[in-house]
Design a protein around this ligand. Sequence first.
Ligand SMILES: [Zn+2]
Length: 78
Amino acid sequence: MSKWIFLALVVLALWYGYRWYERTKRIRAEERGRVRAGAAPASRTSEDMRQCPACGVYIAADAAPCARPDCPQRARRA
Ligand SMILES: [Zn+2]
């Protein structure tokens, strides 16, 4: 009979261990996501965005030029 009590305790320990593992994994993932969400806008603003005078579209400084032949981005690249 004590064998079954021992088995029940082992199952309980495994169950609680599994739940604890899942919870810490979830909390760690949430913390990683929070750090990523805080870092994303900073990296986005550090990107040098400028408005193209020819087409009026905001593009990154190292972006490809638009289809217009007078696009300054084209001259910058040439
Ligand atoms: Zn352009």
